[in-house]
Design a protein around this ligand. Sequence first.
Ligand SMILES: [Zn+2]
Length: 241
Amino acid sequence: MNLKTEIIQIHELSVQLTWKSNVRMMRVRVVPPNGTICATAPRWTSRKAVIAFLTDRYEWMQKAVQKVQSHLRPTPLNYTEGEQVLLFGVPYTLHIQTVLPKEKAHVSLDGQSITLHIQTSSTREKRAALLQSFYKERLSMAVSVYMNDYQSKLSCAPIPFRILRRKSVWGTFNVRSRSIIFNLALAQVPLECVQYVVLHEMTHQYVHAHNAEFYQRMSAFMPDWKQRRSTLKTISVAPLG
Ligand SMILES: [Zn+2]
């Protein structure tokens, strides 16, 4: 019989812990395809003992999650004709169109496709830079809308933000400068996940840790944040480079 399930945070890792009456030992495993960490503990164990057990296995869990998730990671984009690219979770076909020698390179978007209007001689790097500038513009628009909305809801002063390429984090709140860096790759995830990251980082201006108070504040403005977070965790986006 399952008695209780809860999420235990060991540094950045969320562990789904189930207390059971019919097990004798604590166990932890990493479940494919998303690298969900599941642990079971006998119901007579103390929470403190479970945390100590998991903390001991922190490095193992980190490696196991990485190993499982490495299968999910898609290959980088080639930026070539007919390739599929994502904008806010929606797939588009990438088209490459040649512009006249004096025309400026630009990007256009319609219902099914994103077209890079660029010189014939353009390199992969130039096409990448063009698509990334388009992503940056779109993401900046979306982030601004959500930030303005939450700034008025939280009655807080505007928080400056930047959009940069980041390898492993969706966002970072800098306490010292009271500013946020968002990962450019967010332009590829659904808007509800972008909105989740915006509120998450803005909440860090009040609470630094991911503790109960932090999640209470999140829930007050976004009752379904957990669902959005798990969507974000299962999403795989192309590394932008
Ligand atoms: Zn955080």
